[in-house]
Ligand binder design. Sequence first.
Ligand code: MN
Length: 717
Amino acid sequence: MLYTIEYLTEKIKESEKPYDLDKITAAYEVANDAHKGVKRSSGEPYITHPIAVACILLEFYMDTDTLCAALLHDVVEDTDVTLDSLRKRFGDDVANLVDGVTKIGQVPLNNTKEEQQAENTRKILIAMSKDIRVIIIKLADRLHNMRTIMYRPPEKQRKKALETMNFYAPIAHRLGMSAVKEEMEDISIKILDPYGSKMIEDMLNKHKEQRDTFIDVIKNRIRDRIQDIQPPPTIEGRVKSVYSIYKKVYVKGKSFDEIYDIYAVRVIVSTVIECYNVLGIIHDIFKPIPYRFKDYIATPKPNRYQSLHTTVIGREGIPFEVQIRTYEMHNTAQYGIAAHWKYKAGISGKVSGEKRFDWIRHIIEQQQDTDDIEQIADAIKVDLSPDDVYVFTPKGDVITLPAGSTIIDFAYAIHTQVGNRMTGAKVGGKLIRFDYQLHTGDIVEVMTSSSACPNRNWLEIAKTNEARSKIRSWFKRECRDENIREGMTAIENEFRRNKMIPDDEFIQDLAHIQHFDNKEDFYAAIGYGGVILSKIMQRAKDMYSARHGASDATEDSSGIGYTGRRRSGVIVDGMENCLVKFAKCCNPLPGDDIIGFITRGYGVSVHKTDCMNVQSSPPEDKERWIKVAWAAANESDSYNATIDIIAEDRTALIADVTAVIAGNRIPIRHITAHNLKNGNGNIIVTVEVASVEQLTNLIARICKISGIISAERTGIV
Ligand code: MN
């Protein structure tokens, strides 16, 4: 068969359908020009292929735009013609169909996967075909390629046959296009198992004459009994497809004799009532085999197939299957979804909406009487979860990710090392940004380098917890020093933004609250993302304002201030883990008698019992004073205490005082000195001590320094 534009034109005219021949011819001319000089493996001009595809679609009575798209289906991928130019010349529909066919043609099909993977791939192919005509064109394309497969090298033949068997034939089946399905399977099985399929063909051929006679006899007997029906029914007899017999012999392990339905006779009538009438007549002529009757008219198959099936035994003792259906059912059985264009020429096959459909339930609910192609196409819209995206590796493995996922999620879903070493990725051959959101059907190629490593901002970009936790553990392991630096910088920046100037102790305390042993671990955790800074900031702010905040002015009507320290060295009566701070007015030290004041919102402030502010507390605050006590001394605990020193003014006085303090290994927090009007000097020094005892000892030593007039503990700094 030589496919030429003349042949196609003739067939179009024969169809007597309202095709736009000018548009189709124009599409042919663009395609013919684009493919000029290129030959198929068969040696024929390339243009014969798109014409053949258009011819197949014409047999399905597909519309003008589908035929145009069929003629143009390879130009965008294989030639210089652009999608835009097609859009301008032939409109959105044709351009979108060509684009769709090109895209699903690029999906890599993995032939080695188990059934679930294959099923996913099939669903994605259908889902990618937003317009159902896309997949119908693709099936016609593949069918013609299979018809001419013998011109390809053997390894290509095998690959294409496997793909056809695994993906395209099941899709054709799902769409109810049984003629396409059977032809694809029969061609493929000959390539995949030449020996096995030859055996079946031989067995079938062996008794060909006998069989032909047998079928003719049966047809005549049926025809005799139903000749009253007008218009006269069509009666067809045939041997079932090679592959359907092959499956029964080799897959189900039946012997050739056991197969009932090698022969099938079909009776096609005009009405449903006639179907059941004919069934009764058949059962009267031949002996039905029990349990072999199936009523697919009352209960259509999921792919909309309808027929009555019964298996009977003739006089010769040979069983055969009889299928009874109306012409319309017959069309649906042959062409499936495509048959609907036959009755509704010019109708669009676009799938509207993103609704998820339960295909089987839909069919049962809708019954078989809908002719609305929108509904049918909707029903075919496969049941992939709308919350997920399904993308391919270059080998055709399907990776399922939550919607919104990025190439980072994809890379880590493949393997941790692929993620850690990713330098970038291509989708459909084009480099894309890291924050590109993947779409169902994308083919993602990850580029890696052994020297590459994750970037910290991937944590913000990645969508899946899996990817994020893998990135975090990489940072945790690989770069502790860097993490610590990152964490410190992050904290500084965040605190500065909040106008907080934390000291080391504050950070240390914050680290403890987050269950870190030391602040390095804490910084590192912030660095690799184990601690999300924004999540702990509120607490940090509360802590900070408890220590430095406006509480001085607002909380204590008496003007009591606080030291900037929080210690766990105090037990508050009846309260565990109570936030405690020390009042600045008296700076209590372990050993002092103390009492607590319940503040509004910042825990308990601890005063010395003999503090002025306790003595002068207003009666209405009486309820807020509670009992507190020093806990067992902890070596690492230390407290601020201030000493007020008066001395004769002399050189090196300050040096002597600080030398004594340092000699006792007591840290100095703050020191000021100035001259009094009477000529004496005044030094006020704040030190860090563990107890009253230590402070008392220190004061005693200071008093021994020459020229010291007095040295006293004081509450006010
Ligand atoms: Mn093609």
